[in-house]
Design a binder for this molecule. Structure first.
Ligand code: DAK
Length: 261
């Protein structure tokens, strides 16, 4: 499928690389880009051979510098509601992908850009990455899930401080508060993402999917219910060819060849 504002590539089998491609506007998310993001996520979701999705921004200046302010400026309250829902649906769809989704952030990840990165399963940042929720500078609160995902990732007080003061933080601080999982030199960002993607692609796809779902669903349950969910996922894995192959390969001292069934 051809996109105007995105690039969706498969650099290696099973590994998708999605690039928000509006560098002239620092990859800001307008309605057209959000619509294409929804299509691209659906394309990955329907590919049974997909193993991992990397999400990044074009150029070295920004991952995504937020929702498109020039487009948002004229919105009525009703239109803003529709725009917010459109963004929320994209974030939910990304989160719901059965495969792991990793954000590769270089430069600015602000507002909707920080929200897009947080909707991914984890974030790898380049040394010069900058994160923030500057919406209050524009007279609006975050609208694509930022108040909720940031608080879940870094805790309530830190999220409140960042959202309410609009303070922007560099990669090192983002690492210290748990917003990103690793910081790498900018020149190595893509290769580091590909290396992690290859690692994931070699694992049992069903196990990866079940593990992702268990962590995600368990977060909103109490511990007993969350552990019961994990038990169900664990048991389900024993009905798969991947479980038999994974254990047989270990005992035969060879690499497993998973089929994803
Ligand atoms: N939207 C549109 N264009 C943008 C943009 C953005 N978010 N960010 C940058 N650009 C454009 C600039 O206008 C400029 O365009 P030209 O003038 O060249 O045509 C070009 O990108 C380069 O930007 P700068 O010239 O400003 O570059 P600098 O290096 O000087 O500064 C910067 C980089 C990232 C610090 C600066 O561009 C900046 O502050 N950008 C805005 C960052 C920001 O405030 N982001 C948050 C946007 S608000 C909601 C739904 C969603 C949201 C809220 C509510 N509902 C409907 C309820 C989400 C909101 C946001 O994300």
């Amino acid at each position: 499928m051809a996109y105007q504002n995105l690039l969706l590539e498969q650099p290696e089998p099973g590994i998708y690389l999605l690039t928000v491609n509006r560098p002239q506007a620092l990859n800001a998310l307008n309605a057209a880009t959000l619509a294409e993001l929804a299509q691209a996520v659906a394309q990955v979701a329907t590919d049974a051979a997909a193993r991992v999705l990397l999400v990044t921004g074009a150029g070295d200046k920004a991952f995504v510098a937020g929702a498109d302010i020039s487009e948002m400026q004229q919105l009525t309250a009703d239109q803003a509601g529709v725009f917010s829902q459109q963004g929320m649906q994209v974030m939910h769809a990304l989160e719901a992908l059965p495969v792991p989704v990793i954000a590769l952030v270089q430069g600015y990840a602000l507002g909707g850009g920080c929200e897009l990165a947080m909707a991914c399963d984890w974030i790898i940042a380049a040394e010069r990455a900058v994160f923030g929720q500057p919406e209050v500078n524009l007279g609006i609160p975050p609208g694509f899930g930022g108040t909720q995902r940031l608080a879940r990732l870094v805790g309530r007080a830190r999220a409140l401080e960042l959202v309410i003061t609009a303070r922007q933080i560099k990669a090192e601080e983002a690492l210290a508060i748990g917003l990103v999982t690793q910081v790498v030199p900018a020149a190595e960002l893509r290769e580091r993402g590909m290396a992690v993607a290859r690692t994931i692609a070699a694992k049992g796809p069903v196990a990866v999917r079940l593990a992702k779902q268990a962590v995600q669903c368990g977060q909103d349950l109490d511990l007993a219910k969350a552990c019961a969910y994990e038990t169900a996922a664990f048991a389900l894995a024993f009905a798969t060819a991947d479980q038999r192959e994974g254990m047989r390969a270990f005992l035969e001292k060879r690499a497993a060849k998973f089929s994803g069934r």
